[in-house]
Design a binder for this molecule. Structure first.
Ligand SMILES: C[S@@+](CC[C@H](N)C(=O)[O-])C[C@H]1O[C@@H](n2cnc3c(N)ncnc32)[C@H](O)[C@@H]1O
Ligand SMILES: [Zn+2]
Length: 252
């Protein structure tokens, strides 16, 4: 692939496009660590997000092969085929973790996968995306607005106030509850993306020790060993999973 200024970009043997720039290698936020990506993969393979997928499908199921979908911070790629099973040729996932994009490309080779920093200009033409999705991923709001078509929508998921609260209470003593969806709605509104629907997804699950370890590895990079050690010997725990799901349209 070659850009207008004559730069060349390679397609990796796994089938993804590498559009990273030299600065991205030095980035302080190079995407999730391999450990977090693999923990997320195991978590999703256990079906722990099946209910979340069902809930999101209410908004994404209208997508056909004619609708372009852009997934910002797509991770290891399980959500694409789960949400858009008939739209591989018009789905594009972007992530800055090489490990994540490799797993994604292996799992759904018909789709387009891009290793790139979604916080820079997106490698997408103006107004050609019908659905942008950001599932616990990146939200470059002005770029989202630029790439969305006139009737396009943006689906955002963020961790809910109660998400993993029992684990957070154990590891951080206090376990702050804070609701972030209002702030996200404000950020989006500043880029003329208007909240049209909001729903909460909640589920209670019983986690075993290896699942607890994965939950910590994939969510809280900042959990220190000393905090994790408070969970030593915990064989199982009832844990709340929660997310706020937000649907945005373009304002007038
Ligand atoms: C919490 S994970 C969510 C992944 C996936 N959407 C899911 O729900 O399983 C956040 C993802 O954003 C990616 N990421 C972080 N910073 C990024 C950036 N600047 N550009 C693109 N992706 C980024 C990480 O590598 C990670 O895969
Ligand atoms: Zn160029």
């Amino acid at each position: 692939m070659r850009c207008a200024s004559g730069h060349n970009f390679d397609r990796a043997k796994e089938g993804y496009w590498n559009l990273t720039q030299p600065q991205d290698k030095k980035s302080s936020n190079p995407g999730d660590s391999d450990e977090a990506v693999l923990a997320r993969r195991r978590w999703l393979e256990r079906g722990l997000a099946a209910g979340l997928v069902e809930s999101l499908r209410e908004w994404t199921s209208t997508s056909s092969a004619a609708q372009n979908v852009l997934d910002l911070g797509c991770g290891e790629g399980s959500f694409g085929p789960a949400l858009f099973p008939h739209a591989a040729s018009s789905y594009c996932g972007i992530d800055l973790s090489r490990r994540a994009i490799k797993l994604a490309a292996r799992g759904w080779p018909e789709a387009t996968w891009v290793l790139a920093n979604a916080d820079r200009g997106l490698p997408i033409a103006d107004g050609c995306i019908q659905q942008v999705v950001s599932l616990f991923g990146r939200r470059p709001v002005s770029e989202i607005e630029r790439v969305l078509s006139v009737d396009g929508v943006c689906v955002v998921a963020i961790p809910g106030e109660e998400d993993l609260i029992e684990l957070r209470e154990q590891t951080q003593k206090s376990g702050h509850r804070r609701s972030r969806w209002e702030m996200v709605a404000e950020e989006m509104k500043a880029a003329n993306l208007v909240l049209s629907q909001h729903k909460k997804w909640t589920q209670h699950v019983e986690l075993k020790s290896d699942e607890i370890a994965d939950a910590l590895a994939m969510t809280y990079r900042a959990v220190r060993n000393s905090q994790q050690s408070r969970l030593k010997g915990v064989e199982q725990m009832n844990v709340t999973l929660a997310a706020d799901l937000l649907l945005f349209c373009r304002g007038k």
